[in-house]
Design a binder for this molecule. Sequence first.
Ligand code: ZN
Length: 267
Amino acid sequence: MHRTGYSRLLFLPLLALLTGCASSGVNRGDVNLVSLEEEWQLGAQLEQDIAQQVPLVNDQAALAYINEMGRRIVAQTEMRNLPWGFHIIADPSINAFNIPGGHIYVHTGLIEQAGSAAELAGVMAHEISHGVARHGTERLTQSYGLNIVAAVLLGQDPAAYQQILAQVLGTGAIAKFSRDDEREADDLGVDYMYRASYNPEGMVRMFQTLLEERQRRPSSIEQFFSTHPLSEERIDNVRQEIAKLPSRQGLVMNDNGFNSLQQRVGR
Ligand code: ZN
């Protein structure tokens, strides 16, 4: 079934309305029957329920740092005019995830493992890219079909909403992403990092760290790998994407704020 043309017709005017710019086709993937407005509404609802059920970090300096990093990356995307939110979860396992409606969550365990600001930015750029490419609502469309999100938002299908929430709380993602989703999020992420002046090499290093941790203590990183398939092949792909970029002075690998972030969220 090919409805891509149909969904784009719906999507383009809304995107133009919400962001004030036409899509250059970031959402080039699968069918998505969820409107941006519905997606942001669903995200707001999920954000509230997640806040009740996970231990969020409230340290204002830590949140200011992660929000500044997130906004700097989002500013390079087509969704720069939408309200994004960046959150830290006090959890020693290594994970980060994106839910519909521009919310990104990073575990303290991932912040501790990251070796530099650029490594953290690599994960953030990857998660932001899933959001910009709307992979979450693409997967919802695939799993639940037409109008489910509308029904969920109108309170007509509480069971479906609880299922979506349980999925996010259980696996740290709205859905398991496909290899194509991962590749798209990596490719977009490298580009956004570069334009935000973070050294995209940070993404390569972070992925290497994640693969090493999988060898060392697999249980600490299980969730991340269950929703974001990661392999050496992805790292090679990221390297190739970086090689295509013109060399540029002043790309940031680390900053003082990152070191104090690690101290603030450290155990
Ligand atoms: Zn991913």
